[in-house]
Design a protein around this ligand. Structure first.
Ligand SMILES: [Zn+2]
Length: 511
């Protein structure tokens, strides 16, 4: 009898105990000041894995072309005007128009995409462009007080937007936008080695602390009714990176009790909540567990994932109708042209990945990851667009038609997360637990990164399928070709019905 996916995983994990003498793989990212608590599986750096030709690489190539095409000065236009600096660049459209209250969020997505692209297969020019954006943002931040803002403030809109969210006056989602910028700065530091990005980010974090220290608990909780992205996630990541407890305290200001309390009790109260407002909060919760060891945070994240995947998700792994969660277990009756917002699956995959780090014995985490990656994210990009234009929704209504973004006039959240998704396909193929390498792809292919780019080694070697007639690996295990260790590989794909079905269809093979 062939082993089940779960059995294969356990075999691989257990195999770690017999693969003695392997010390080359660090237990935690070398850059972090603090280790993650409750984590037993770790990712390889983006530089350590290379996509081979296929649909994933093709998607990535289109997004790389777009990142090369984008005019940095147009992205900076409203940031400069906001602090009185001159700018002659043409204004952009969509959610980046000069009058849209989310303006500036896309630059954060671009920073993350450039950093990820630079770290994995992209040109050096990505770092050059990212470094330029960071340096120009720093100039804007330096002029905060001159422009009448508080020290450390950095945005493409005035600080009065924060006054409005604190006063519960009408405003779109200012902290959502700031979160994207902060996450982009952190990625430019971690993935592209930009020291200035950490300085700018740390000043922004101090400004966030200053704004929220002044509020009562009730004022802060009321403010959290307005979408704020993953402020708790990025600030916790900054705490783990720096060890500065102020960042953790600030992150916890964004723990939204109205959402977290029922989840901690495993109660599904998600009906009529805006879906993608909630997912990043829970991504913050699992990172807060990793930072603090407080199991309530872990329970919130685990329960949320079980509820969303089990009761609120479509066959392709997406969720939400008209951007909202509906009543549980009614997903089949919620078919429209506005189902499966792409950002939701982008964030669900990030959450799933963190939960897998926390409990790799749950094979259903990576079952879901593969399902949503293949059937939602991969198919959300326009294959006929050389710039990787992206869906906002993937319609589940029979006969529904995908519509796509464009270069400068359709900036949305999903255009932004689309750039991110299509520059990090290698981030969840291989994992390790110190001595055992786990592959979540049906066709393990692992290569070390370019010379000098990886802390793990300098060889560049790609593992390919064995020739016909080669002996099959015993019990699903094989020797990893990554060159990092000699332990067994736990291969975790291919045992579920949907997985077999998806790979049997042309164009669905991940390469
Ligand atoms: Zn979106």
């Amino acid at each position: 009898m062939s082993p089940s996916r779960r059995t294969v995983l356990r075999t691989g994990v257990a195999g770690a105990a017999v693969a003695a003498g392997i010390t080359a793989i660090p237990a935690a990212p070398a850059a972090a000041a603090l280790p993650d608590t409750g984590v037993s599986v770790y990712p390889f750096p983006l530089s350590a894995v290379t996509l081979l030709s296929g649909p994933f690489q093709a998607n990535m190539g289109r997004t790389h072309s777009y990142l090369s095409f984008l005019d940095a000065d147009r992205l900076l236009h409203m940031f400069r005007l906001n602090v009185g600096l001159p700018s002659s660049a043409a204004a952009m459209g969509g959610w980046e128009s000069p009058t849209t209250e989310l303006r500036g969020h896309s630059l954060g997505h671009v920073l993350t995409a450039l950093a990820q692209g630079y770290a994995n297969a992209g040109p050096a020019a990505f770092k050059t462009k990212g470094d330029y954006l960071v340096a120009e943002l720093a100039k804007c931040q330096d002029r905060a007080t001159t422009a009448g803002f508080n020290t450390g403030y950095l945005s493409a809109y005035p600080e009065s937007f924060i006054d409005r969210v604190e006063a519960r006056q009408s405003v779109w989602a200012p902290y959502y936008t700031l979160h994207k910028i902060m996450a982009g700065l952190l990625d430019m530091h971690l993935l592209a080695g930009n020291a200035q990005a950490l300085t700018v980010l740390t000043r922004m974090a101090a400004w966030v602390k200053f704004r929220n220290d002044r509020l009562t608990l009730t004022q802060r909780q009321n403010m959290l009714d307005t979408e704020f992205g993953g402020m708790n996630e990025t600030l916790t990541n900054l705490y783990q990176l720096t060890g500065d407890a102020n960042h953790l305290a600030t992150a916890q200001y964004f723990d939204h009790a109205e959402v977290f309390d029922p989840l901690a009790s495993n109660v599904d109260a998600l009906n009529n909540y805006h879906a993608n407002t909630q997912i990043p909060k829970v991504l913050g919760a699992i990172r807060e567990y990793h930072a603090t060891g407080t199991t309530r945070y872990r329970d919130i994240a685990v329960n949320f994932w079980d509820i969303v995947v089990g009761r609120h998700s479509y066959a392709i792994g997406g969720n939400s109708n008209g951007e909202y969660f509906k009543a549980p277990n009614r997903i089949a009756s919620e078919l429209s042209d506005t189902t499966c917002e792409c950002c939701n699956s982008y964030n669900m995959l990030k959450l799933t990945r963190q939960l897998f780090f926390t409990n790799p014995a749950r094979a259903d985490y990576m079952d879901y990851y593969e399902k949503a990656l293949y059937n939602h994210i991969l198919g959300a990009q326009d294959p006929s667009s050389s710039h990787g234009f992206h869906c906002y929704y993937v319609p589940m209504r029979p006969g529904g038609i995908k519509t796509y973004s464009n270069d400068y006039n359709n900036w949305t959240c999903c255009h932004g997360t689309g750039m991110e998704s299509n520059t990090k396909y290698v981030d969840s193929i291989y994992f390790h637990s110190g001595m055992t390498c786990t592959s979540t792809s049906s066709s393990p292919r692992c290569s070390s990164g370019p010379a000098g780019a990886s802390p793990y080694g300098r060889r560049r070697r790609t593992r390919r399928r064995p020739p016909p007639g080669s002996p099959s690996p015993a019990r699903g295990r094989s020797r990893c070709g990554c060159g990092f260790h000699r332990g067994p590989v736990a291969r975790r794909s291919g045992s579920t019905a949907w997985s077999r079905a998806s790979r049997s269809r042309p164009g669905r093979t991940r390469s």
